[in-house]
Each structure stands twice: as C-alpha cells, then as structure tokens.
Design a binder for this molecule. Structure first.
Ligand code: AMP
Length: 308
C-alpha cells in the first residue's frame, strides 16, 4: 500500500442544475479526490488552503474518513476559494459563473513531513505553480505523479502549466480541455500531442461517455455507467481521479494493465458522485454499494463473440 498525497482546492461551491440550486456547499477538487480515494482504506493527506469561514465539521468529516488534513492551511482572516457553476440541460456542459480565488491567490503549499515520501502524488486542479511547488518538496521520487487541470488554468497560466505537465506520468483531462491544450480536434491526435509534452499516460474523460486511457500506442476505453438520474455532475472528474489514484495506491501496480482497472474504479466511483448534489453521495457511500456497481460495470462491457 502506498501513501497518497493529494493537492487541490478545498472549496465552497454554489451549483445550479436543471434539478435545483444549492447555496454554498462543500466542494473542491481535493475534497472529491480525498473522499473517493478513501474507499480504498489507504493513508492519504490533502495539501490545500481555506479561510476562517471554513466550518470545522467539514475537516472533522474528512478526518473521520482517515484523510489527513494537517496540510490544509487555515488563514483565519481570509475567505475560502469559491466557485459557482450552472449546468446546461444536457448536463454535459456547464458555465462557470464565479471563480473567487480568495486565499488561493497567494497560497504557498507546505507538504507535511510524513507525506514527503508518498508513493503516489495526485496533483488536483489548482494553480500549476502550486502543483510544481508540491513536487519540489518531495524527498523521495514518487512512483507515480498524476495531474488534473482545467481550461481556467490553460487560459491564465499556460506556461506554468506546461512546465508542470513535463514532470508528471499521467494527466487526466476532459475532452474539451484536451482539445484546447493540444490544438487537435481528434482525441487520438490530442493524446499523441499531450504525450509529447511529457506524460506517458493520458486519460481523457468524456463525462457520460466514459473515459479513454492512452499509453504510447495502447488504448483502453471504459464506459460511464448509464444512470437513470444524474442530479449534479460537479466533482465527477475529481472523483474519477480519486478512484484512479486510490486504486493504484492500494494495489501498488502501475502497469498499463492495472491502470485499466484503475480507470474502471474511477468511472465506478464517479457514477455515484453525480447522483446527489455536491459531495453528499460520496460522504455516505459504502463499500458494498461500490462492489455491487462494479458487477454492473462488468456486465455492461463483457461479451463473447465467435470469430467467423
Ligand atoms: P469537476 O466537476 O470535476 O471539474 O470539479 C469541480 C470542482 O472543482 C468544484 O468543487 C470546484 O470547487 C473546483 N474548481 C472549480 N474551478 C476550479 C479552479 N479554477 N481551480 C481549482 N478547482 C476548481
């Protein structure tokens, strides 16, 4: 079992979907990653920053799931990162209404001593120079570094983003962002271009259409589980990343074959995340539910065919 170090936002989100609207609720990339990875019973820790307005019970909830929060700095006089988004009717696309960086603006991440030798580092969505600063503090070279990002950082910090991308093994990115980063429309060509930027593995997330894993000529596709009810896709990408890295931390096998399973676990966990608003579904998710759905995934994709 490897330790998992998670970097990313711990945030307040206000979300609007065709099914309803929330006030400020718990969100953030690192929050979703941590909750998802906690399903594997591994040792994990978050590096992030929040303001004095962040409720202690949220940190207690993360601690109760064995997620170490000593790397979450609290700036008493500051305000927590706030994001607000509104989904379109198809739930596959959204508009960002507000991004208030607040305490994130001048964040100087400090990796707690006990996580400086983590085997797996998950650089969740955050300013790319913060992602780099975390890598700089590792005292032992991690077995695997995974990076997630979004168009926001491509728009405002592309050179810094390209620098950190050079240093990672795996990038997880959604289809539109892969197109923006590579300048290629075809996702196969986009993956080739992104390989050239550094990462040996490229995961392209396609929302309700599943995820693709590319590794220098090899390709694997995992569907998303077709669901009757999708309430809120927020955090699905991060939950995917948490499932992906949590599974790899648990199994300690970073071969292409095992990464296929990690993609399936990521998709499986993401399918729960979207069933309720915010983090609600992930907070109460049981191991038995995850296992049951894994069987559904198997049934969905397994077939036997006679070659003619
Ligand atoms: P996802 O739906 O997987 O893209 O993740 C949504 C989460 O990302 C929300 O909980 C937000 O708080 C967080 N988020 C939104 N914008 C940013 C940003 N620019 N940087 C970091 N995290 C963000």
């Amino acid at each position: 079992m490897s330790k998992l170090l998670i970097v990313g936002t711990v945030a307040f989100d206000a979300i609007e979907t065709p099914f309803g609207k929330t006030d400020k609720i718990l969100g953030g990339a690192a929050t979703y990653i941590g909750l998802s990875a906690s399903q594997f019973g591994i040792e994990s820790g978050i590096v992030s920053v929040v303001g004095g307005d962040f409720p202690k019970e949220y940190l207690d909830m993360l601690n109760a799931k064995n997620i170490d929060t000593t790397g979450i700095e609290i700036i008493k006089e500051g305000k927590t990162f706030f994001w607000s988004g509104k989904y379109h009717n198809d739930m596959n696309s959204r508009d960002t209404l507000v991004t208030e960086l607040n305490v994130l603006e001048h964040f100087n991440p400090i990796v707690p001593k006990k996580f400086k030798d983590s085997g797996i580092v998950m650089l969740g969505n955050l300013h790319p120079s913060v992602q780099s600063a975390v890598l700089d503090q590792m005292t032992t070279k991690p077995k695997l570094v995974v990076l997630d990002t979004m168009n926001f950082w491509m728009d405002i910090a592309l050179p810094a983003l390209k620098e950190v991308i050079k240093r990672v093994d795996v990038i997880t990115i959604n289809d539109e962002e892969a197109r923006q980063l590579s300048g290629e429309y075809s996702l196969v060509n986009a993956a080739v271009k992104i390989h050239e930027m550094g990462p040996k593995y490229v995961v392209i997330k396609k929302g309700e259409h599943g995820a693709l894993l590319f590794n220098e000529g090899n390709m694997f596709y995992a569907p998303a589980l077709p669901l009757a009810e999708v309430f809120d896709p927020t955090g699905a990408g991060d939950t995917f990343a948490g499932g992906f890295t949590g599974y790899l931390a648990k199994t300690e096998d970073i071969s292409f074959n095992n990464m296929k399973n990690a993609v399936i676990y990521g998709s499986n966990l993401a399918s729960f995340c979207v069933e309720k608003f915010g983090t609600e579904r992930m907070v109460d998710l049981s191991k038995a539910e995850v296992e049951r759905r894994l069987h559904q995934f198997k049934q969905l994709t397994q077939f036997e065919i006679e070659l003619m």
